[in-house]
Write a protein that binds this ligand. Structure first.
Ligand SMILES: NC(=O)c1ccc[n+]([C@@H]2O[C@H](COP(=O)([O-])OP(=O)(O)OC[C@H]3O[C@@H](n4cnc5c(N)ncnc54)[C@H](OP(=O)(O)O)[C@@H]3O)[C@@H](O)[C@H]2O)c1
Length: 360
């Protein structure tokens, strides 16, 4: 596999830093360019960052010395220097939309962690194990953008990345209704206990916009391509409550589900065990070998014990049992900044690379 030159737009941010740690020594991708706001532009990455490095591993020396570009002003200079960019920026939605489209139109593919382009019907929103077939929509998107090479692919919100994987192999039973309560870590808000001391011994029952995303995004992932668009699934009802809990990393979900044709519990466990997507068959570098992991212990999965399973890219499930109002209930867990954010974007990029989408 040839090595691809990768730019990180929003490199100084929390997600940008996570990209740097995940891409350091990556077998297919080399970090060759960093960009952020005009506040950081022209400085070395270490200078621009100041005391903001939040990762547990040290900042790689070659990255510390790189000069940061201005993501907006320097777009024309950046695009020809890289094979694609990861994008995670804190800007207004319409500005992000315009910025990502600008890079795509400069023939630079964009793999985005931002939400601005998630609901555009010719932009794939990927959980690579579940909807790799949506990559086909990129050709339609290129026609709209007038590009031969540039396109945008996005990843979904971190809140859905435990229960959508757990439900994916069960779709064949006709999922009718889902209720999911998520218990979300503070790193999802870009915080830790030092920067958000109010979260120690506390729970906040509101995360702005999260319930809407958690109910809407699964329907796009389970949608199909028709007449040049991704058409959302319309046969599944989803309702959610999203709570912020005093946990550093790892989003847990308590899920209730009712089916058209109710399967047996053993059948469900077998499907979880056997479930594989293209990342597993293609043996992508960041793919977990076992995507869905069911634990028989009554008190598993636990956030602290299981969030880092397979580099934080695997999903842990437990406690499936019958419910009095729904067919079944269970719990599931995924690492919100790895599988749920930068790791999911890296896996998406690996899938796009394996399919030749970054080749000119
Ligand atoms: N599940 C997910 O996919 C997920 C998870 C977490 C976050 N996100 C999304 O990822 C994005 C970044 O989140 P974060 O937590 O990393 O934010 P952050 O820590 O606040 O970092 C923001 C980044 O954006 C850059 N930036 C701000 N204004 C800019 C401008 N006008 N032009 C160019 N760059 C600009 C900043 O550069 P300076 O340092 O120069 O200011 C910094 O690099 C957000 O859209 C967030 O919603 C997604």
């Amino acid at each position: 596999m040839k090595k691809y030159k990768v730019g990180i737009i929003g490199a100084t941010g929390m997600v940008g830093q996570r990209f740097i740690t995940l891409l350091d020594n990556h077998p297919w991708f080399d970090i060759t360019l960093l960009a952020a706001s005009s506040r950081s532009a022209g400085k070395t990455y270490a200078e621009a960052l100041g005391s903001r490095w939040m990762m547990k591993t040290p900042l790689p020396a070659y990255v510390a010395e790189m000069t940061v570009y201005d993501a907006v002003e320097d777009a024309e200079k950046i695009a020809p220097q890289v094979d694609f960019v990861f994008c995670a920026v804190d800007m207004k939605k319409d500005e992000i939309k315009a910025l990502e489209e600008r890079y795509a139109k400069l023939e630079c593919p964009v793999v985005s962690n931002n939400s601005a382009n998630r609901y555009v019907d010719d932009i794939p929103m990927m959980i690579p194990e579940i909807n790799s077939d949506h990559i086909a929509i990129i050709e339609e998107q290129k026609k709209r953008l007038g590009t031969t090479h540039g396109f945008i692919a996005v990843k979904p919100n971190c809140s859905i990345q435990s229960y959508v994987p757990a439900l994916a192999p069960l779709k064949k039973f006709g999922i009718k209704k889902v209720l999911a309560c998520t218990y979300q870590a503070i790193s999802g808000a870009g915080k830790n206990f030092e920067t958000w001391p109010e979260m120690v011994d506390n729970l906040i029952p509101y995360i702005g916009g999260e319930e809407e995303k958690s109910e809407k995004e699964p329907l796009k992932i389970w949608g199909h391509i028709e007449d040049g668009k991704i058409v959302n699934a319309d046969d599944i009802e989803i309702t959610t409550q999203c709570l912020r809990v005093p946990v550093s990393d790892g989003h847990m979900a308590a899920v209730f589900v009712t089916f058209e044709n109710k399967p047996e519990i053993d059948e469900i466990k077998k499907l979880w065990k056997e479930y594989k997507g293209e990342p597993q068959t293609l043996e992508l570098p960041s793919a977990p070998k076992q995507f869905l992991n069911y634990f028989e212990e009554d008190n598993y999965p636990q956030t602290k014990l299981h969030r880092d399973l397979e580099g934080g890219m695997a999903v842990s499930i437990g406690r499936i049992r019958p419910d009095t109002q729904y067919d079944y209930k269970f719990v599931c867990l995924s690492h919100n900044t790895l599988r749920g954010a930068a790791g999911g974007a890296v896996l998406t990029a690996e899938l796009l690379a394996a399919k030749g989408c970054f080749d000119r």
